[in-house]
Design a protein around this ligand. Structure first.
Ligand code: AVJ
Length: 325
């Protein structure tokens, strides 16, 4: 009898550590300074992100969940029985809505979650197995890139690759291009892609979502420095930096920074790196692009994805796009 749970680490933790170090040295030595946003998600960072999702001001998660609740049955009817692959599965809360829809049809359930955070992935996998007695999970701890390289042999008639939460918005337009080509390369003819994307809207709504009154987003942002201190014997003083996030209307993106509250030198001993920061100098920690549904559908078409359907909420704040390769 095959086990229902199979989780693999795609890279040794020390390789992830090595890549992290290279990215940090590169990002902090250039001007303007930056740190890749994937490094937010250590254990505490992942937990803080879950808290962000519950904030009044942070509408994306709630809105995406509502759209899924309304249309999961329709999505399942379009794809038919299929294997769910998910990039950045996290706590898999939204995936449950899709699993419910397939289960209600009497379909076999197979799930391939991919996430950089091993602890979140194994906790959510164990919870899923007990709630879905027929579910088989074949997941990976690792980057999206590695996960896509190692997708297991399909077992069901087709596959649905889910990329929810508007994580696509963290990629620059060039990175987005490369990534979509990559997706088109790993999916087989007839398979599906389900994208959750945050849409363009007023600056005030957007800026509130990234500057919440409780300061959870600020804590999430600053935690990146704590993560660096922990990994690389660093001496970032978290009281000497502040969170800053604003909407760049020309580029349609939220830009999130950590701003130095004075002139300071920071050392990351195990990387043999010392950096100097000017008063008010910023380090870019995240971009979060906001999309136009029509333009995105057109861009996906140019990559070979046939647009099947899009769904949105009554305010048109968030979109779900289903396409087929
Ligand atoms: C999970 C990357 C989509 O960009 O909105 C939330 C992360 N950053 N608040 C986003 C985030 C600040 C989130 N993504």
């Amino acid at each position: 009898r095959q086990s229902r749970l199979n989780l693999k680490h795609l890279t040794a933790p020390k390789d992830i550590h090595h890549d992290f170090g290279i990215d940090v040295v590169e990002g902090l030595n250039k001007f303007p300074k930056s740190i890749p946003s994937k490094y937010f998600y250590d254990q505490l960072g992942s937990e803080l992100f879950e808290r962000i999702c519950d904030l009044d001001e942070y509408y994306p998660t709630r809105t995406e969940t509502a759209i899924l609740q309304s249309y999961a049955a329709e999505i399942a009817a379009i794809t038919g029985e299929c294997e769910l692959i998910e990039l950045g599965s996290g706590s898999s809360t939204k995936t449950r809505i899709l699993l419910d829809a397939y289960r209600d049809r009497g379909d076999r359930l197979r799930y391939v979650p991919i996430d950089i955070s091993g602890s979140i992935l194994s906790n959510s996998a164990i919870a899923l197995l007990s709630d879905y007695p027929t579910l088989a999970i074949d997941g990976f701890v690792g980057t999206y890139e590695l996960g896509l390289q190692h997708l297991p042999q399909p077992h069901l008639p087709t596959r649905l690759l889910c990329f929810l939460g508007s994580t696509l918005g963290n990629f620059s337009p060039d990175e987005c291009d490369v990534f979509c080509d990559r997706l088109a390369g790993v999916l087989q003819a007839g398979e599906y892609l389900l994208l959750g994307i945050d849409l363009q809207k007023s600056k005030s709504v957007l800026e509130a979502a990234y500057n919440d009154r409780l300061g959870v987003t600020a804590a999430f942002n600053l935690n990146l420095l704590r993560h660096l201190n922990y990994k690389f014997e660093g001496d970032f003083d978290l009281t000497r930096f502040e969170h800053a996030a604003f909407y760049n209307q020309e580029q349609h993106q939220i830009e999130m920074y950590l701003r130095s509250l004075g002139r300071q030198r920071v050392n990351l001993r195990s990387l043999d790196l010392s950096i100097d920061l000017e008063p008010n100098e910023t380090m870019l920690t995240e971009i979060s692009r906001k999309f136009n549904l029509k333009h995105l559908a057109r861009d996906l078409e140019s990559k070979g994805f046939r647009h099947i359907r899009s769904w949105t909420d009554p305010n048109h704040w968030y979109g779900l796009v289903l396409c087929q390769i």
